[in-house]
Design a protein around this ligand. Structure first.
Ligand code: ATP
Length: 472
């Protein structure tokens, strides 16, 4: 295991294009970091710079404090897991897992190979499949074989490049939880690239949101969700997405296309001096006014709207309200859409209603909005004017503590106790401290990596419609 430090990293391709622009991130030993962002934001480039498949134009990359900019991939001892698993069809599961050990010719005795592969297979619940060929395995099993290969290498960190994007939705969910549990058990430093915000939110200790090669925010999923730094992060994280309503502000009154909304004074004060703001409202901040308890009602504002339609999902329902923004506001929404890699930003608000609500499309209804929670964004810079940085930092601190406890519990359950490093076996004794340092599975596998699947579509009130941040 190792810490990884990205110090003002820059990557310029031949044409001078800065695919990665001055990114600094400290990745702690054992941490699970997600790099997320729309297509072309530079996340794969950044991962490839870490593993050594891409030269670093500027800045420093440190592994456990040692500068490795000029080290070859094989000398960085990092293991890359790709989306297409890069398994060898003619080899058994055993031989696929053993592959990096065999590559390091003569470094491991046959007994050692057997021990390492058997232990990895036990951790991955592949013991019964060791003699089978990849073609006969399910997608999830193949994924585990690919991870087994990374495990036997006893790499200092796992690097994942969209490993789940060509699985169907159900398997993706399953594999997501497998990867998450395995990462806890192994406690191995991991960096995971995805454009799927659901994967980002469910897997990461911290999530780094990138846009056009620049780091927007790095924080725990909850901090990103509750205290985003700007419009881009607010719109990218969450499904259905945050609604953005253009508004003019007059004292504590927001004048929006849905009607006037009274907001708390402390929120209004933060937008002092601004004439136009974008109001960010998550769907769950709304409710059918009839179902809001009296003591809660004063925490929000009620308005009348006609929903176009509702979707009943069993545990809740979504309602849709169209609005007609002024032309200059429409342009604002469109430029936001372009930033988020969406075709357009529909002037539509998505509201989450209780499953018991009787509100239906086509008729006027009273909707309540919890105005304590909404955010106000600067219409020109996109900055979140109402962000509470201290509250956000506290959320990330809490997440780190919870995570440390989870890792300790998972490792205890494995019978390994705290602090036992990755690659030391799966509860049945440690395997010697040898490192394979082989020709770099990363390089090897990298050569066989092919295209990339795209996600599904997202519905979003006044938010992205291109589907680049689809739910898993
Ligand atoms: P995706 O999810 O679509 O793979 P990404 O966020 O991983 O996107 P990168 O593949 O890292 O993005 O690409 C970042 C930027 O660098 C893009 O604008 C891309 O066009 C550019 N780029 C990537 N590889 C090269 C290359 N070999 N030569 C020139 N430009 C490149």
């Amino acid at each position: 295991m190792a810490s990884i430090t990205l110090n003002h990293l820059v990557k310029k391709y031949g044409d001078g294009f800065p695919a990665v622009n001055d990114i600094s991130i400290d990745i702690a030993d054992g941490e699970f970091i997600i790099l997320v962002g729309p297509s072309g934001c530079g996340k794969s480039t950044l991962l490839r710079m870490i593993v050594g498949l891409e030269d670093i134009t500027d800045g420093d990359l440190l592994i456990d404090g040692e500068r490795v900019n000029d080290k070859a991939p094989r000398d960085r001892n990092l293991a890359m897991v790709f989306q297409n698993y890069a398994l060898y069809p003619h080899l058994t599961v055993f031989e696929n897992i053993a592959f990096p050990l065999r590559l390091a010719k003569g470094k491991h005795s046959e007994d050692q190979v057997k021990k390492l592969v058997t232990e990895a297979a036990a951790t991955l619940e592949l013991t019964d499949h060791l003699q089978r060929k990849p073609a006969n395995l399910s997608g999830g099993q193949r994924q585990r074989v690919a991870m087994g290969r990374a495990i036997v290498r006893q790499a200092d960190a796992f690097l994942f490049d969209e490993p789940l994007s060509n699985l169907d939705a159900k398997l993706r969910g399953q594999m997501r939880s497998e990867i998450s549990q395995m990462q806890r058990r192994l406690g191995v430093t991991s960096v995971y690239v995805t454009h799927d915000q659901t994967e980002a939110m469910t897997l990461g200790d911290r999530v780094a949101v990138l846009k056009k090669g620049e780091l927007q925010q790095i924080a725990s999923p909850r901090e990103l969700y509750e205290q985003p730094v700007n419009l881009f992060v607010a719109g990218f994280i969450g499904s259905p997405s945050m609604n953005f309503l253009p508004a003019t502000i007059d004292g504590t009154t927001l004048k929006t296309a849905l009607g006037d909304l009274e907001i708390p004074q402390d929120r209004a004060r933060k937008a002092a001096g601004k004439k136009v703001v974008l109001v960010g409202v998550r769907p769950e901040f709304f409710e059918d006014a009839k179902l809001v308890e009296d003591h809660k009602r004063a925490n929000g504002s009620t308005f009348t709207a006609t929903l176009t339609h509702t979707e009943w999902l069993g545990n809740e329902q979504y309602g849709y309200i169209n609005f007609d923004p002024a032309p200059e506001m429409r342009e604002l929404l469109n430029s936001l859409a372009r930033d988020m890699d969406a075709d357009e930003l529909r002037p539509q608000v998505v509201v989450t209603l209780d499953a018991a609500s009787r509100i239906r499309g086509g008729r006027e209804a009273e909707i309540w909005l919890d105005t304590r929670k909404l955010h106000l964004f600067d219409a020109e810079t996109g900055d979140n004017l109402t962000r509470d940085a201290e509250a956000g930092a506290e959320l990330t601190r809490e997440a780190a503590e919870e995570r440390a406890e989870e890792i300790a519990t998972a490792q205890e359950a494995e019978g390994r106790g705290n602090g036992t490093g990755f690659g030391s076996g799966s509860g049945n004794g440690a395997s010697g401290g040898t490192r394979t340092g082989d020709a770099g599975a990363a390089h090897e596998d990298g050569a066989t990596t092919t295209g990339r699947a795209t996600g599904g579509t997202t519905t979003g009130g006044a938010t992205a419609t291109s589907g680049k941040h689809a739910a898993g």
